[in-house]
Design a protein around this ligand. Structure first.
Ligand code: RFL
Ligand code: PHB
Length: 386
């Protein structure tokens, strides 16, 4: 088999890249280790920046998003038993859209199928070769049979545990946080029309949603905690302890549809280009979910990468691919900073003293009192320009 761009990984980064390249007339094949249903069972991100929505518009994959997605103009910060709204649209003129990553992925998969583009699911043992030269190759095994593909470029969109980053030796910057997030999805109306980020002495809590009848809640938990320790009743009781009184009054509880624990990590691999291999999305960087940036960074990476490849094929210029890593990393580090800052401000860090709690409280009250501080949070939350 031969293709122009071999994409490793069929998550949101790989799928969106595939659609953008297709739109620019560049053929591509996706090699994905799992199957379609496995990928669609993962519950992850919920908040899309306006830029991400714009890219989905550009590839014609946003009809359901505009129909079912919830456009949000603000978020709420809760601390000391009270809630404070940050009007992000007033501060920036922009909005975010609440629409689950699962649905974005489903829409992209459907579009890929409709366009007749090839995705090889259950592609085992992918290995990347010769990306230092101009004829890279990808080998993989499917149904026990080995295959080899030649291509012009390889896009490593295979997430944090993928093979692409493991095939090179980037410099790595990392911070692992001493807690995780326990998430619960339920078929219940959201407690409030906008997201509520709660700083509480028992630990952080987040009230989010997927639709007017489906809610997503998160609790800060210990790193070594396990979902077996969290029957639904215990989850709801703990959530109520961390919410403000008005939220407790409005909270509708119900059986969980999904429950999972995720560790929190900041991670950047530099550079994001190695010859004809490019890293994009979680393959190159991880943010803690507090800033809602992971999926959105995957989208901005593939925007830079697809325009660079278009320039290569259409204009016979390597300027874009030579500049890919610098452009992507410049935006990545700003989102890393924002996600680290939101995480630091909102969580309880084990072993820290009352001083740290007071500093957090001062930071939060400054934030809700200062227009300058609100604008700074808002422009990062809605997404910095590409
Ligand atoms: P993915 O989604 O991990 O997809 C990578 C794909 O590559 C496949 N793969 C391989 N394929 C072939 N060969 C191999 N050797 C392979 N190894 C792996 C995998 O099977 C998979 O299908 O990475 P991608 O595409 O870069 O997308 C990144 C996003 O998924 C991630 O950043 C977000 O989910 C992060 N995130 C959030 N991001 C936001 O923008 N807003 C949010 O509100 C938000 N909330 C979250 C989040 C992540 C969370 N968790 C669970 C980590 C909330 C949570 C709780
Ligand atoms: C979610 O709905 O899953 C979600 C929303 C906002 C975040 C993180 C996760 O910051």
């Amino acid at each position: 088999m031969r293709t122009q761009v071999a994409i490793i990984g069929g998550g949101p980064a790989g799928l969106l890249l595939g659609q953008l390249l297709h739109r620019y007339g560049i053929d591509n094949v996706i090699f994905e280790r799992k199957d379609r249903d496995y990928i669609l069972a993962r519950i992850r991100a919920g908040v899309l920046e306006q830029g991400t929505v714009g890219l989905l518009d550009e590839v014609g994959v946003s009809a359901r998003l505009h129909h079912d997605g919830l456009v949000h103009h603000g978020i709420e910060l809760a601390f000391g038993g009270a809630r404070h709204r940050i009007d992000m649209t007033k501060a920036t003129g922009k909005t975010v859209t609440v629409y689950g990553q699962t649905e974005v992925t489903r829409d992209l998969m459907d579009a890929r199928l409709a366009a007749g583009l090839t995705t090889v699911y259950n592609a085992d043992n992918a290995s990347l070769h010769d990306f230092d030269g101009d004829q890279p190759r990808v080998r993989y095994v499917k149904d026990g049979v080995s295959h080899e593909v030649t291509c012009d470029f390889i896009a490593g969109c295979d997430g944090f545990h993928g093979v692409s980053r493991q095939s090179v030796e980037p410099k790595v910057y990392e911070r692992v946080y001493p807690f995780g997030w326990l998430g619960l999805l339920s078929e219940t109306p959201p407690v409030s029309p906008e997201l509520i980020y709660n700083n509480h002495e028992r630990g952080f809590a987040l009230c989010s949603m997927r639709s007017s009848h489906r809610s997503r809640y998160y609790l800060q938990c210990a790193l070594d905690d396990h979902i077996d320790n969290w029957p639904d009743d215990k989850f709801w009781d703990e959530l109520k302890r961390r919410l403000d009184p008005e939220a407790v009054d409005h909270l509708v509880t119900g059986p969980s549809i999904e429950k999972s624990i995720a560790p929190l990590r900041s991670f950047v691999a530099e550079p994001m280009r190695f010859g004809r291999l490019f890293l994009a999305g979680d393959a190159a960087h991880i943010v803690p979910p507090t800033g809602a940036k992971g999926l959105n960074l995957a989208a901005s990476d593939v925007h830079y990468l697809s325009t660079a490849l278009r320039e290569f094929y259409a204009d016979k210029s390597a300027a874009g691919i030579d500049d890919y890593s610098r452009r992507a990393l410049s935006r990545v580090w700003k989102a890393e900073r924002f996600s680290w800052w939101m995480t630091s401000m909102l969580h309880r860090f084990p072993g820290t003293d009352e001083f740290s709690a007071r500093i957090q409280r001062a930071e939060l009250s400054y934030l809700v009192e200062s227009d300058a501080a609100k604008t700074s949070l808002s422009e990062n939350y809605v997404g910095l320009p590409y």
